[in-house]
Design a protein around this ligand. Structure first.
Ligand SMILES: O=C(O)CCC(=O)C(=O)O
Length: 280
């Protein structure tokens, strides 16, 4: 097992930067993220550029025909799949999409290791072998989408937020009953923007309960102007796992015509059972 000295400090952020094929040498990495000894883990070479080239070509053609949903219009970004955060209460129609979505994800990655298996195996190695699974849905034989794919067009961005804020969203009612309050996330870059499109993490941390208060109507949001920050531009094929529940973060505007494509999921421990849940 490696020790905390493997992490390096980037600004205020402690980052563990490793190769995907070395993940099993860091079985306590996720535990360190949870207890605040790390803020980010960068995993290199989850996919090679050669593996991603045909995937990207397909995503640009919208092939296979994933269900497409949108961020608020001004963010100039969309999902292949459905984001729980932005969904209606009760997630109408959501669970009916699950089979097709996961089958299409396999099709999109044909010729490369399937995304769910590849990413969950790496995450699991970083958490002492604990599984990372799509959460069970509210009805028998239903399941959440393990992830969503996201496209960000020129000018696309995501404003500053804490992922723990989403626990208050209407679509989160069922997840709130089955996951712990604190979330993290992974972002696997499928293609980078020419410039911008960075995941910028601010030196502003709050506990899950406080993030919920910040999200409440009329509450004052943190001002980013005076905050130190670290911007991660993660190359295609690499993945960042980040304490996005407790740290304020945003995606900076995409510059140039090349789209930023990612797979991104939120992660939390299950309230029951020694497993982690990932959903898009
Ligand atoms: O795409 C990223 O780098 C981060 C995404 C994010 O912050 C979110 O979806 O909440």
């Amino acid at each position: 097992m490696e020790t905390a000295t493997q992490a390096s400090e980037v600004g205020f952020v402690q980052v563990l930067d490793i190769d995907a094929d070395q993940a099993c040498r860091y079985p306590d990495a996720y535990a360190r993220l949870r207890r605040g000894a790390l803020q980010a883990i960068v995993v290199r070479g989850v996919y090679s550029p050669a593996q991603l080239a045909p995937v990207l070509e397909r995503l640009e053609r919208h092939d296979p025909p994933f269900v497409q949903t949108w961020f608020p219009e001004k963010f100039r970004s969309w999902f292949y799949g459905v984001n729980v955060n932005l969904s209606e209460p009760g997630l109408p129609g959501y669970f009916e999409l699950e089979d097709a979505f996961h089958a299409q994800l396999r099709q999109a990655f044909a010729g490369a290791p399937p995304l769910v298996e590849r990413v969950s195996a790496i995450l699991s190695a970083l958490d002492d072998g604990r599984p990372f699974l799509a959460p069970p849905g509210p009805r028998p034989d239903t399941r959440y989408l393990f992830t969503t794919l996201r496209g960000h067009a020129e000018g696309g961005y995501i404003p500053p937020h804490f992922d723990n804020e989403q626990a208050l969203r209407p679509g989160f009612a069922h997840l709130r009953e089955i996951v712990e309050a604190d979330m993290s996330s992974f972002v696997l870059t499928l293609s980078m923007a020419q410039a911008g499109g960075a995941l910028e993490v601010f030196d502003c941390r709050c506990e899950p309960g406080d993030a919920r208060m910040i999200s409440a109507d009329g509450a004052e949001r943190p001002r980013i102007d005076d905050l130190a920050s670290v911007a991660f531009r993660v190359p295609a094929g690499d993945m960042i796992i980040v304490d996005s529940g407790r740290y304020l973060h945003r995606v900076t505007p995409v510059v140039g015509a090349s789209r930023r494509w990612t797979a991104c999921s939120f992660i939390a421990r299950a309230q029951r059972g020694d497993v982690n849940y990932c959903w898009g």
